[in-house]
Design a protein around this ligand. Structure first.
Ligand code: FAD
Length: 457
């Protein structure tokens, strides 16, 4: 009898799971293990929305394993100590896991490898589990990563993404290994009221519905705020309840303009992961410094608070910030506008905005969140670092009738049509009927401050 451990991290699924398939193909018994990592749980990163979604994912994984005669083993503590303890309990010869792009994932992998080797056991790390293509699979001449998306996308599109694997048959888990109870969503407080449900079953149903009836219109409607017609697959990709390789293959077989545009978006995930993999410090430091002198003091704290609460006086910004609070999710166009507003109109440090997003986003992800914030702030990989998104023009374009704003800012629901985007233009007596704040700064004053702060001529 031989045994192996499969350490789950951000890949909480049964379908298309190379570490699990590999372990099952060469061992009689396998321990599917999730460790509630003490080092991660004590970080602010461990926010309620993601904890709740994670609990759904673990429960669903456990259910799927039970149907195959197995179970999920959950432990908590130091991840390396817990894996080593489970290895001893199961008398396992090897541990399989997915590689991850963050500095933390790299350090975890090397600590684990050393600890296992000291016990005469082996760590086997699988690439292209949390991304469609492994982080280092394509590199440009003379560098260790692509710094610009378009050439990356070109090379990425020419690669063969590995074929997908089916869900496993029976899973035999050694009876000697003990588990804690699986955490439940009910244990978590402070969850956004409109938070999506997690788990592979839910993710696969969402993907099937998306391929059947959403993807074909994606190219036309993905930026339309009110239509809300993007896939909403991001939390499932973040927690790995869906396999990115499978998502790409199935989207490609849907064909058409919508599918092409969608696959390009999924490629952004891989792009940011390969940047983070090569430059782990970019979670907290500028990828390309612009020598910003971000504002602080002099009312900055109050302005940040108003931005967080959706009280800036710019309706589309406030709508998006309130969507974030209510759903733990925000439309991509909203993320672009609110991030541009904070970093360029208010001229506040992107780290402040990124931290607030991580407090709430159910898909909150170090690679995607920090590097998208940097992209918008102009300290990242955008080739036009000083572009500023005008929230009024953008609102008129991407919410032409104002329906998105009226949905999330109910105090303005009485204003019809696109006039809702500029309540300051209403006659004073009409304006007074709406309990809505004044603009915290005009766009012209904001732009001037940004240009001065960044030293733009
Ligand atoms: P769709 O439009 O259906 O796209 C399909 C998938 O492609 C998404 O699920 C996502 O995995 C990927 N994707 C789409 N756009 C991007 C992008 N710009 N960068 C990377 N991947 C992308 N995405 C996260 O998953 N986690 C984050 O923490 C996150 N933070 C962001 C912060 C800012 C400031 C900005 C501008 C964007 C951020 N994004 C983040 C990217 C994007 O907004 C979301 O992935 C997208 O809105 C999720 O909705 P969807 O699944 O319906 O996307």
């Amino acid at each position: 009898m031989t045994a192996a451990v499969v350490l789950y991290t951000a890949d909480l699924r049964l379908h298309d799971h190379p570490p699990l398939c590999s372990a099952l193909s060469s061992h009689d018994e396998v321990v599917p293990l999730f460790v509630r990592d003490r080092d991660i749980e004590k970080l602010p990163f461990n926010a309620p929305n993601r904890r709740a979604f994670l609990a759904d994912c673990l429960a669903d994984l456990h259910r799927g394993l039970r149907e195959r005669g197995g179970r999920l083993v959950v432990r908590s503590g130091d991840v390396v100590e817990e894996v080593c303890a489970v290895v001893r309990e199961a008398d396992a010869g090897e541990v399989h896991m997915a590689s991850g792009p963050s500095g933390y994932a790299h350090a975890r992998e090397s600590r684990l490898r050393q600890a296992l080797e000291r016990q005469g056991r082996r760590l086997r790390v699988h690439d292209a589990v949390v991304s469609a293509l492994g982080a280092g699979a394509v590199v440009p001449a003379g560098s260790d990563h692509f710094a610009v998306f378009t050439p990356y996308f070109r090379r990425w599109s020419q690669q063969d993404i590995r074929g997908t694997l089916g869900a496993p048959g029976p899973v035999r888990v050694p009876g000697t290994v003990t588990s804690q109870d699986i955490p439940t969503r009910a244990d978590v407080t402070g969850i956004s009221p409109g938070l999506a449900r997690g788990g592979e079953t839910e993710g696969r149903a969402l993907l099937n519905a998306w391929l059947r009836s959403g993807i074909s219109r994606y190219a036309e409607v993905h930026d339309d705020l009110a239509a809300d017609a993007t896939s909403h697959l991001s939390p499932h990709l973040h927690f790995g309840t869906l396999s990115p390789a499978e998502v790409v293959h199935r989207a490609r077989s849907a064909a058409g303009e919508g599918a092409e545009a969608f696959v390009r978006q999924v490629c952004w995930r891989d792009f940011h992961q390969q940047v983070l993999d090569a430059r782990p410090h970019t979670t907290a430091h500028d990828y390309r410094t612009r020598h910003d002198r971000w504002r602080s003091g002099g009312g900055a704290e109050e302005e940040i608070q108003a931005w967080k609460e959706g009280r800036t006086g710019y309706p589309v910004i406030d709508a998006a910030m309130r969507q974030l609070r209510h759903q733990g999710w925000m439309h991509n166009r909203g993320r672009l506008l609110t991030a541009s507003f904070l970093t360029k109109t208010l001229y506040m440090d992107w780290r402040v905005g990124a931290a607030h997003f991580l407090d709430l986003l159910v898909d909150g992800d170090l690679a995607n969140n920090q590097l998208n914030w940097q992209w918008v702030a102009g300290t990242g990989t955008d080739t036009r670092p000083n572009r500023v998104l005008n929230p009024v023009r953008q609102a008129r374009r991407y919410d032409p009738d104002g329906a998105y704003v009226r949905r999330w800012v109910p105090e303005l629901a009485g204003i019809e049509g696109p006039a809702v985007h500029e309540p300051w233009k209403l006659p004073a007596d009409e304006r007074a009927r709406y309990a809505y704040p004044e603009r915290m700064v005009t766009l012209e004053a904001g732009l001037e401050r940004f240009r001065r702060g960044r030293g733009i001529e």
